[in-house]
Ligand binder design. Structure first.
Ligand SMILES: Cc1cc2nc3c(=O)[nH]c(=O)nc-3n(C[C@H](O)[C@H](O)[C@H](O)COP(=O)(O)OP(=O)(O)OC[C@H]3O[C@@H](n4cnc5c(N)ncnc54)[C@H](O)[C@@H]3O)c2cc1C
Length: 373
């Protein structure tokens, strides 16, 4: 156990990226410890018993503006275009989402030029100069009627919190467009690994210097491993410190996968249900993976407050608690060379490209360290 240069807790995107760099660039021996029975973290995709590929922990739409990250990952995968289209079900109809010109035309039952659409929104939006929370943010962007149709119910279901009690950034991530662009996001690169995320991360860590222990909790073997260079911890930061300052809250999800005997069940990869049903969204990832098969699988997502940690809850009191843990983490880094990185360790809503960028930065820090005695 003690002949490893680097020990990494978690075989998610961060763990795989740092392991790959350490083995290929430094020739280090790396041990990755992962408590699940697979690699790739929440990006994990696999085949459902029906033979249809699914995203096991929710749909992952890879997108980035960062050319370096795109080129780095391109060493491990080919890509197919990321056709990320989302609709929202409201008032018994499907609307393009995020809101765009077509959404506005359908919602208000009007034919609108870009100029008219902008004037309409200017009239209905509430004039809140400095929005302090998600409700104020959306009201200031699109006004109450659209807020109640598309945002309020979804936010309540997803977070079990009123948008008033969530940072403006939660709903601030969703753009509003005055053209007919109906893509889910605006990023320069919107692509999906042609063989899936798991295959891409598997390729990254295929190296004789990299060992992976699955179904192993880092906590259990921590006393027995002492890496020569450093430890990278990508699990929840509060768990590392035995929750001694209190528990950071997370939102979790239940996924129900149902097979349908038809080629496609819905018109696009994702449909949001802000106001009807218990689930928040339905996902037919086949629209993105482009798998050719006669049947399909829909994933129904139900939001909940306990279970695997998926979304940090962005509220001021949680940010304050995280700050205290961060101070402990800094100490742990300087004393014991434990580096905290990734979505669970940073308690941040990071997309995959962002965590890979953070992982590469951390690796740059670690690679300058000398072996410890
Ligand atoms: C529902 C959902 C949808 C998402 N959609 C997108 C999207 O569309 N596009 C996008 O770019 N990103 C998306 N993301 C974000 C993406 O999943 C993350 O950015 C990325 O997976 C973070 O990588 P990570 O390595 O930091 O953490 P993770 O992927 O969470 O991996 C951490 C790993 O550490 C393991 N671990 C934790 N504690 C221990 C322990 N004590 N011992 C051993 N192992 C441990 C966990 O089991 C896990 O496998 C989504 C996330 C979720 C939850």
């Amino acid at each position: 156990m003690n002949h490893f240069d680097l020990v990494i807790c978690g075989a998610g995107p961060v763990g795989c990226t740092i392991a790959e760099r350490a083995a290929n660039q430094q020739g280090w021996k790396v041990l990755i410890i992962e408590k699940r029975n697979h690699i790739a973290g929440n990006c994990y995709d696999c085949y459902h018993k029906s033979g249809v590929m699914i995203h096991r922990y929710g749909p992952h739409y890879f997108r980035t503006n960062n050319k370096e990250i795109f080129e780095y990952l391109s060493k491990f995968t080919d890509w197919i275009p990321g056709d990320y289209f989302v609709k929202s079900y409201s008032r018994g109809e499907l609307f393009n989402f995020p809101i765009n010109l077509e959404t506005l035309e359908k919602f208000y039952n009007l034919k609108l030029s870009v100029k008219e659409a902008k004037e309409l929104i200017e009239n209905v939006r509430e004039k809140i100069e400095f929005p302090q929370n998600s409700e104020e943010y959306v009201l200031s962007k699109v006004g109450r009627e659209l807020y109640e149709a598309f945002y309020l119910g979804y936010t309540l279901k997803q977070w079990e919190r009123h948008p008033k009690d969530l940072d403006a950034s939660v709903c601030g991530r969703i753009p509003v467009r005055f053209n007919k662009d109906s893509r889910y996001s605006d990023y320069k690169y919107q692509v999906t690994p042609s063989q899936g995320f798991t295959a891409m991360f598997q390729k990254m860590i295929e190296h004789p210097n990299i060992s992976v222990m699955l179904q192993t909790d880092y906590k259990q073997i921590k006393p027995f491993v002492k890496p020569r260079i450093a430890t990278v911890y990508t699990g929840p930061i509060d768990e590392y410190f035995d929750y001694k300052l209190g528990k950071l809250p997370w939102r979790s999800l239940d996924f129900e996968f149902k097979e349908y005997y038809q080629e496609y069940k819905q018109p696009c990869v994702q449909i949001n249900y802000p106001n009807d049903f218990d689930y928040t969204r339905t996902v037919e990832i086949k629209h993105v993976t482009k798998q050719k098969c006669w049947n399909t699988v829909i994933s129904y997502e139900y939001s909940k407050s306990s279970g695997d940690p998926y979304y940090p809850v962005p509220a001021p009191e949680n940010a304050a608690l995280y700050k205290k843990y961060e101070e402990l983490a800094m100490l742990e880094q300087s004393i014991n060379r434990v580096f905290f990185v990734g979505r669970l360790a940073a308690y941040r809503y990071y997309n995959t490209d962002q965590v890979i960028e953070a992982a590469l930065k951390t690796f740059n820090q670690i690679q300058n360290l000398n072996p410890q005695n």
